[in-house]
Design a binder for this molecule. Structure first.
Ligand code: CP
Length: 313
């Protein structure tokens, strides 16, 4: 039994094993996902302390497809409102013979804390923690790139927008570099970049024309206002003019570039409808791939494969 908390430090071989395992759950020539008995008799609890549509739902569908018993704890109606601490709540859930917690939390490091200090006997899967990491999102994005481009290796990938507050960008950058992307670029105003972004291993651009030139993959991010406190930002219309992806700006990338977005999208802010719904968009394919990737991660964590592959690398 092992946890899946971050892609940081995971080997190329392990990331490829996750992608191959996800592929094995996808019916050939169909969008449907196989139902398999890998987690029969196991109990998975979704613990989402922050809102979610895609991640929570695809984790639930993935657990069902693995034949697990799955439940979603409604945090707002739980006994935490009566003063129960997070640790006490989790230890009570563990006492119900839970095998796996899927955790989303506003605090960076919360899933790591639970895994190490609160419930070390339960497999913990990080479904997004603060600004830190969203590892299953990064892996479903790698699967989508591999499906549409044949490989991640050698790709020029541009990530556009609010890098500063984005756990998705941090995990994507790490996964892309591990899998051998030729270049990972970030395109953003200075105010939406972390201090010394080059330390992440990326090239930095403040201009869409230069940053999108010859890109194979364009990943758009939304402005994460829930994580901005008093930030100086341009208006939404000004932001769209400079950094919003419309057909005109997309033409700077390669003609066969794919457009991605982890969602939720804000039309007319970071992306125009003509692009979000256009022929180069693979945004809904990303959502579909979320089920297979989460099946792969949950089954590999439960069987100890993630741990043994890490030891081999
Ligand atoms: N991509 C993503 O994490 O979306 P949700 O917030 O809807 O889960």
């Amino acid at each position: 039994l092992r946890h899946f908390l971050t892609v940081e430090g995971l080997s190329k071989a392990l990331l490829e094993e996750i992608l191959d395992t996800a592929d094995s759950f996808i019916e050939v020539g169909a969008r449907s996902i196989k139902k398999v008995p890998l987690l029969r008799g196991k109990t998975v609890i979704n613990l989402f302390f922050e809102p979610s549509t895609r991640t929570r739902t695809t984790f639930e569908l993935a657990a069902q497809r693995l034949s697990a018993d799955v439940l979603n704890l409604n945090i707002s109606t739980s006994a935490t409102s009566k003063g129960e601490s997070l640790s006490d709540m989790l230890q009570n859930l563990e006492a119900m013979a839970s095998d796996m917690f899927v955790v989303r939390h506003a605090q960076s490091g919360a899933p790591h804390f639970i895994a190490k200090s609160v419930c070390p006997g339960v497999a913990i899967i990080n479904a997004g923690d603060g600004r830190h990491a969203h590892p299953t999102q990064a892996m479903l994005d790698m699967l989508t790139i591999r499906q549409h481009k044949g490989r991640v290796e050698g790709m020029v990938v541009a990530i556009v927008g609010d890098i500063l507050h984005s756990r998705v960008a941090r995990s994507q950058i790490r996964a892309l570099l591990t899998l051998g992307a030729a270049e990972v670029r970030v395109i953003a105003p200075q105010t939406l970049l972390p201090f010394e972004p080059e330390a992440l291993g990326v090239s930095v651009f403040h201009n869409m024309q230069a940053g999108l030139r010859d890109a194979d993959v364009v990943i758009m991010l939304r402005l994460q206002k829930e994580r901005m406190e008093g930030a100086l930002l341009p208006s939404e219309s000004e932001y769209f003019k400079l950094y919003g992806l419309d057909d005109q700006k997309l033409a700077y990338a390669k003609p066969d570039a794919i457009v991605m977005h982890p969602g939720p999208i804000n039309r007319g802010v970071e992306i125009a409808s003509e692009v979000a719904d256009g022929p180069q968009s693979v945004i809904l394919n990303q959502v579909t791939n979320g089920i297979a990737i989460r099946m792969a991660v949950m089954s590999m964590a439960m069987s100890g494969q993630i741990a043994s592959a890490q030891n081999r690398s």
